[in-house]
Structures are given as structure tokens and as C-alpha cells.
Design a protein around this ligand. Structure first.
Ligand code: NAI
Ligand code: MG
Ligand code: ZN
Length: 277
């Protein structure tokens, strides 16, 4: 048995047994034991199954996703969004659900060929949807996004999007555009969002962010010039905060929080945090 969570290209849907998770627009089904159910039991419930996908092995046991058309009532169970599992509970289970969500979304959005409109089929032994007419393969979509902590000595630059929980300030972030390097994107995003220039860009680590399919590339950068001017609509407020007087910060498992906590730890001589994958 291999311990932990290992994603698998494909599993045999006709095989019996294993674990399963169920996903609807309301999130994942869970009970007091969590979101993993014996697969044969789950399939006997009154669920409107849209598709079934083998997604991996957890501690050697196969895990399947039941992608549903709608959320139905299952006695003793309720539904919870992926963010809820990210914020609290077992991190490995959150990784299972994050992967399940990305595969479910991608398969649902790639039933038809984007080039000719014909129905696509799943390719054997590969996580891809295939159009026979165009010989086109579509792979799961991953969107590279830069995230950066900009610092000026004891001060760090944090901003609020109107979408954030009330009061919370975070690091700047944005999606890469075609033609950009990671550094180009970071410099553009910081300019667009706060009109500040940065220097000494340093890569710090990455994190899968399945909301819905970002790959966060985390950086540290030093302030090089400019006064903060928040971007209309995107940035509600942005400020330099002293490290001894910080506002409410992002969730502890996010790379945004890691970048902040790492800088504080290095500045104040504390133990360094570990980035959750
Ligand atoms: N894990 C973490 O700690 C954090 C993760 N994030 C994530 O970083 C990502 C980017 O951050 P934002 O500030 O929202 O991006 P952003 O600054 O580029 O602005 C968002 C806008 O980008 C456009 N957009 C949406 N999806 C896109 C895509 N796949 N490719 C290109 N453009 C797209 C839309 O117009 C959207 O309104 C998001 O997924 C966000 O959830 C943001 C902050 C913290
Ligand atoms: Mg942004
Ligand atoms: Zn086609």
C-alpha cells in the first residue's frame, strides 16, 4: 500500500468497490465521517449522476468522483463548498476534493469539441478529451497566476478586493496573459493594481488553487518606486502596513498567508512556516 494521495490518469468505472465523493453545485456531500463514502453505498443512494470519474488512490484505495446534476437529500448528510474544506479539516482530503473539482469541471466543460462542436470522448490511459473529427485533444485547464508580497523594510503592501471577506487584506495577484513571463506578469499586475514599481523579484514557491483552476506562483519583491493608486473596481483599498500592526490576513493554508508569514518570520527571527501544497 502506498500511503497518501496519488492522482491516477484513469480507473476502470466497471470495477467494484473503492471510495467515492459526490459533487453538485452545492459542493461536496459529507457526513460526520467526512466527504469520502464507500462507493457502492453511495451509488445506491438516490443521486442524479451526470458522470463518474476515477481520480486517484488514497492510501492505496481507488477514489472516484460522482459528478451530479443537482444536490439531493441524503439522510444524515449535508453539502459543503470546497472553500469550507480548504479552511478547516484534513489537508489531504482537501487535496482529493480540489483535484476532483478540477476534473469534474473540466470534463463537464469539454463534452464538445471547441473547434468543430462534435461530441468528445475520453482518451484511454490519458486524462484528455478527444475529438475524432479534428484529432484534437483537450487536457485539464490550469491557469498560471502570480502572487507577490511587496515589501519596504518593516512595511508590506497589502490590498483588498471587493470580493474579500470584510476587513481582510492580502498580497497582490493576477492571471498570466499570453506572451508574458512570470516576472512580466508580476510587474504588470503590481503596476495595474497599485501603480507601484518593484525590484529584486524572488520566486518563493507554488500552490494549486482549485477555485476553479489556478496554479499560484508565489514571489517576494522589494519596493522600487511610486505611490499607491488603487485600480478602480479591482482594488477597494491598498496600503503599506507595518509588520507590527497588520490587518486581518488571508486563510492560513493560502500561499498569500505563507508569503506574509515567511517574511514576518525572517524579519523577526521566528521559525519559518511551511507552505501547504
Ligand atoms: N491562494 C491564494 O493565496 C490566493 C489566490 N488568488 C487567486 O489568484 C487568481 C488571480 O487573482 P485575481 O486577483 O482574481 O486576478 P486578476 O487580478 O488577473 O483579475 C481578475 C480578472 O481576471 C480575468 N480572468 C479570470 N479568469 C482568468 C483566466 N483564467 N485567465 C486570465 N484572466 C482571467 C477576469 O476579468 C477577472 O475579473 C484567482 O484565481 C484568485 O482566486 C488570489 C489571492 C490569494
Ligand atoms: Mg488581482
Ligand atoms: Zn472537433
Amino acid at each position: 500500500m502506498t500511503p497518501g494521495w496519488i492522482t491516477t490518469t484513469l480507473l476502470d468505472n466497471d470495477a467494484q468497490g473503492g471510495w467515492a465523493v459526490a459533487r453538485s453545485r452545492e459542493g461536496f456531500l459529507h457526513d460526520t465521517n467526512g466527504p469520502l463514502f464507500p462507493r457502492e453505498w453511495l451509488k445506491r443512494q438516490d443521486l442524479s449522476v451526470f458522470a463518474e470519474h476515477g481520480i486517484g488512490h488514497l492510501d492505496g484505495e481507488p477514489v472516484y468522483l460522482l459528478e451530479l446534476n443537482s444536490a439531493s437529500d441524503v439522510p444524515g448528510c449535508s453539502w459543503q463548498g470546497l472553500r469550507g474544506f480548504m479552511l478547516q479539516g484534513d489537508h489531504t482530503l482537501y487535496k482529493v476534493l480540489g483535484y476532483a473539482a478540477q476534473i469534474g469541471t473540466w470534463a463537464r466543460e469539454h463534452r464538445f469539441c471547441g473547434s468543430c462542436g462534435q461530441a468528445m470522448v475520453q482518451v484511454p490511459r490519458e486524462r484528455a478529451m478527444f475529438c475524432q473529427a479534428c484529432d484534437l485533444r483537450s487536457y485539464p485547464r490550469i491557469s498560471p497566476s502570480m502572487i507577490v508580497l511587496v515589501t519596504r523594510g518593516d512595511e508590506i503592501l497589502l490590498a483588498r478586493s471587493p470580493r474579500f471577506v470584510t476587513g481582510v487584506y492580502s498580497t497582490l495577484a493576477g492571471f498570466a496573459e499570453p506572451g508574458e513571463s512570470a516576472e512580466d506578469c508580476l510587474i504588470r499586475e503590481v503596476r495595474e493594481e497599485v501603480q507601484v514599481e518593484v525590484k529584486n523579484i524572488q520566486y518563493m514557491g507554488s500552490q494549486c488553487w482549485p477555485f476553479p483552476h489556478s496554479m499560484m506562483l508565489g514571489f517576494h519583491a522589494e519596493y522600487a518606486g511610486g505611490d499607491i493608486v488603487p485600480q478602480a473596481d479591482e482594488i477597494e483599498d491598498a496600503q503599506w502596513f507595518n509588520i507590527h500592526d497588520l490587518p486581518p490576513l488571508p486563510a492560513s493554508r493560502s500561499i498569500a498567508r505563507y508569503l506574509i508569514d515567511l517574511y514576518l518570520a525572517r524579519r523577526l527571527g521566528h521559525a519559518e512556516p511551511v507552505l501547504p501544497g
